[in-house]
Design a protein around this ligand. Sequence first.
Ligand SMILES: C[S@@+](CC[C@H](N)C(=O)[O-])C[C@H]1O[C@@H](n2cnc3c(N)ncnc32)[C@H](O)[C@@H]1O
Length: 241
Amino acid sequence: MTGTLYTIGMGPGDPELVTLKAARILAGVPVVAFFAKRGRVGHARSIAASLIGAGAAELRFEYPYTTEIGHDDPQYRVAMDCFYGKSAEAVAAALDGGDDVALLCEGDPFFYGSAMYLFDRLARAYRSETVPGVAGMSGCWSRAGLPMVHGDDVLSILPGTLDEADLVARLSGAHAAVIMKVGRNLEKIRRALELASLIDRAVYVERGTMSGERIVPLRDLVTPTAPYFSMILVPGRQGVR
Ligand SMILES: C[S@@+](CC[C@H](N)C(=O)[O-])C[C@H]1O[C@@H](n2cnc3c(N)ncnc32)[C@H](O)[C@@H]1O
């Protein structure tokens, strides 16, 4: 019998925010799979460090690129498609051999999660179960002490990769917002928040729930770029509800 693919949300960074279900599965699976940037342990793998059972085999998939070429470069798309195809083949081989595989993912897998690249290629062909994780934004707003939405407030979740006009249009009139994928988009996001008159409510969170965490009003952030694990939160209604 073939194995089961478990796609597992590892939460925002603090290992105590991993679910009991994820921990139970990780303790028992014979194979753990995860993505990692070149030369790095892999963020989801580092969250799982104390939870993986002794003797589990590891499938570490190292991204061919991180920031070397643009994501809209055709060469990038071809290389990444090939990378995800080969990674899926390696997971399929373990499943075909009868082993269950836990595929790790930061935060929640179905929320901008990298694991979806393998899920899309494998979930129809194998038994599959997805374990939700605490999303990064949830960890960030909890650490920042920011109640975000209430009652009929609407929360807008935006990737910072959108172009400036699109960001301004979507932020204008927003009750509350989360802007993900800040990185090199920081200055553009800052301008968009200024134009949407939300800059004074915006809070920057870097490495929320992890070591090196930093939480500051966006106005106080002077750097022109931000690291990968950063987001901007604009809470909804202020004051006592
Ligand atoms: C590819 S998305 C993955 C989202 C993930 N699946 C989740 O549920 O949060 C990566 C983006 O999530 C955000 N992110 C995730 N965890 C974070 C954290 N602990 N602190 C700050 N930003 C985080 C950052 O904006 C980062 O660029």
